[in-house]
Design a protein around this ligand. Structure first.
Ligand SMILES: Cc1cc2nc3c(=O)[nH]c(=O)nc-3n(C[C@H](O)[C@H](O)[C@H](O)COP(=O)(O)OP(=O)(O)OC[C@H]3O[C@@H](n4cnc5c(N)ncnc54)[C@H](O)[C@@H]3O)c2cc1C
Length: 251
């Protein structure tokens, strides 16, 4: 994990103090979660703020994920370097003897990332197309299930194929649906047909419910709305399913 370590020594004194305070706050949160036996899922956001988040999250996993997964990092497979990062994280977990907590997402800041890279003239960190994102996402799912004894996976996606793939791989390995190291999650208000079918088949599944100050939640919901318009195919299909169900209930 050398590539992802931070040059803390090069920070100014004030920044070092700030870094220390962030670490202490993370420690408090993870300790409280560990005491209660609940998970802490650290979201991933823009690439330019992600390295310190990765470093801190790995440190927390090293401390709290010895016996079971409490802390989870988020891996955005729309980044072309993240499948390698997942491999590296697994290697670090093996060497340092902790369970890797991995929430796999495709990624929510594609337009912003590409725009910034274009404006500042550096290569875009985003995959060239959706197919490349899908290929790495599904490879990430397969890698996690192959090493499920050492990785706790949260499959966070509305993609029907990726969810189905995970269930098929689990079946192929004769693993139970309620295996402690696999959990599925969709955003509240989206893809209920996936959530409900997974729950019905006995998988551990949840809805992600955003809450917080209106200034933070509204931009979050706006991003989801934009995302929905960029996946018009699947959203249209979902609306079709809702209409069909309404018709069925009306008799
Ligand atoms: C429970 C949960 C937690 C989440 N947490 C986070 C988080 O911490 N951080 C975060 O960034 N996002 C997070 N997301 C959002 C997630 O990253 C995706 O934006 C969203 O779920 C849509 O992807 P999908 O796999 O559901 O479906 P799909 O519809 O299959 O995929 C859409 C995604 O594919 C990618 N894509 C689309 N077009 C292209 C293209 N031309 N080139 C390359 N890639 C493309 C984009 O990532 C797009 O969002 C979370 C989602 C869920 C369900």
């Amino acid at each position: 994990m050398k590539r992802y370590s931070l040059a803390v020594d090069s920070l100014k004194d004030e920044e070092k103090a700030e870094w220390h305070r962030v670490g202490q706050r993370m420690l408090k949160i993870c300790q409280a979660a560990s005491d209660k036996g609940v998970g802490v899922l650290i979201d991933a956001e823009e690439t330019w703020i992600q390295d310190p988040v990765d470093v801190l999250t790995i440190l927390m996993m090293e401390q709290f994920n010895r016996e079971r997964a409490i802390v989870y990092n988020t891996v955005q497979l729309y980044r072309h370097d993240r499948l390698a990062f997942l491999h590296d994280s697994l290697e670090a977990a093996g060497k340092r003897n902790f369970i890797l907590g991995a929430k796999l997402v495709r990624g929510a800041y594609m337009e912003k990332e590409r725009k910034r890279a274009g404006e500042l003239g550096y290569p875009s960190p985003i995959q060239p197309d959706k197919e490349a994102t899908d290929r790495d996402y599904n490879a990430g799912v397969a890698l996690c299930i192959e090493h499920i004894d050492r990785i706790a996976l949260i499959l966070a996606s509305h993609n029907e194929y990726s969810n189905l793939l995970a269930t098929q791989l689990l079946r192929q390995k004769s693993l139970p649906s309620d295996h402690l190291h696999i959990h599925f999650s969709q955003l509240y208000g989206m893809s209920d047909h996936i959530t409900f079918n997974l729950a019905k088949a006995g998988f551990s599944v949840s809805k992600y419910l955003p809450f917080g100050p209106i200034g933070d939640v509204v931009p979050y919901l706006m991003r989801r709305a934009q995302e929905n318009s960029s996946v018009a195919g699947q959203t249209g299909r979902e609306l079709g399913l809702i209409r069909k169900e309404l018709k069925r209930r009306k008799g």
